[in-house]
Design a protein. Sequence first.
Length: 70
Amino acid sequence: MYYSRKRTLNDIPEELTAIWSCTNESCNGWMRDNFVFLVQPTCSMCHSPMEKGEKLLPAVANTSPIQSKQ
Ligand SMILES: [Zn+2]
């Protein structure tokens, strides 16, 4: 896991978050890795395969009991 030390002007810390993004270029679907429980999820919007990536998102408390296996 990587965390950004930068803080935004409105004081919401952001962190580089593991996400899955849709491989369909005409679709902007994505989801947080924390909420994915499948090895290879499919997009909930267009059912295309998804690929793992990272996105800078406002930090939220991770209440998932499942830890990232990185
Ligand atoms: Zn999609």
